[in-house]
Unconditional design. Structure first.
Length: 270
């Protein structure tokens, strides 16, 4: 067997988690990431018949039966992942209609997967109904998006349009807009279900007074979605108290969409 620490999926996740921490998105043990893996990505690195232990998930997701996931652990600090991946990450296989997760590698200190694991799996299932290539769910706490939920309407159309108007690339990067949830108790199946429902129509879901969820076909896409939305929120928070003299109007937004071949959510434009 090859060294699992050299597996491309693991190398890329460690790099991304380090970058997320360095961006200030994941203070302490805040944030979590899960990556859906193909068996072929693991076969040369792990004995897939060797189950270390079984962990109840607290939910069911029959559509994810038998699927493999690389996930962050609960209570783990992203700043430490690069130094001890086996302690801070885990590779799991879902069984029993998703009710149990077989640990195949990692979580070496006896820990468990992220407390948001049900929300992640529900979002994976939802995204794959509209995009079978979706493989990543990423949750973090970018400061400007978080701040924006205190001072801006949480209406999804208004929130999306505000971000679209802040930076030209926003309508190109997330033309479907952004889902927004009011404050809800985190770590519950209820917020997981609500997030998954939003994920059927968008790849970004803001949790008011908490953070954001992003979905993508790979780590770069999910990271880039959040990074773009956060930059727009930063611009907004810097100018929100000032008179707005110029912005990108709907005609300009349509020009951007036409130029770059994207279809923005029609009802979000007048």
């Amino acid at each position: 067997m090859k060294d699992i620490l050299t597996a491309p999926c693991l190398v890329e996740l460690v790099r991304t988690l380090t970058n997320m921490y360095d961006h200030g998105w994941d203070e302490r043990n805040g944030g979590n990431v899960s990556v859906l893996l193909d068996e072929s990505e693991l076969a040369d690195y792990l004995d897939l018949s060797a189950v270390i232990r079984t962990i109840p998930t607290g939910f069911e997701a029959p559509e994810l039966e038998g699927q493999y996931f690389l996930v962050t652990g609960t209570g783990k600090y992203f700043k430490n992942v690069r130094y001890d991946p086996a302690k801070n990450l885990g590779i799991l296989r879902l069984t029993d209609n998703g009710a149990n997760a077989e640990l195949l590698w990692g979580l070496s200190d006896g820990g468990s997967f992220t407390s948001e694991f049900p929300a992640h799996m529900m979002s994976h299932a939802a995204r794959r109904t509209v995009d079978p290539g979706s493989r990543v769910i990423m949750h973090c706490h970018p400061a400007n998006l978080l701040a924006m939920t205190f001072v801006h309407s949480l209406d999804e159309k208004a929130f999306t349009r505000r971000l679209w108007q802040m930076c030209s690339e926003c309508i190109i990067v997330f033309p479907e807009g952004i889902g927004v949830l009011p404050w809800m108790l985190c770590g519950t199946n209820e917020i997981g279900l609500a997030t998954a429902e939003k994920m059927k129509t968008t790849r970004l879901v803001v949790w008011a007074q908490h953070g954001i969820y992003g979905a993508g076909r790979d780590l770069d896409e999910a990271f880039g979605l959040i990074e773009t939305a956060e930059k727009a929120a930063e611009v907004y928070m810097k100018i929100a108290h000032l008179p707005i003299l110029h912005t990108i109007d709907d005609d300009g937004l349509r020009q951007l969409a036409n130029r770059y071949g994207v279809k923005p959510r029609a009802e979000y434009l007048s």
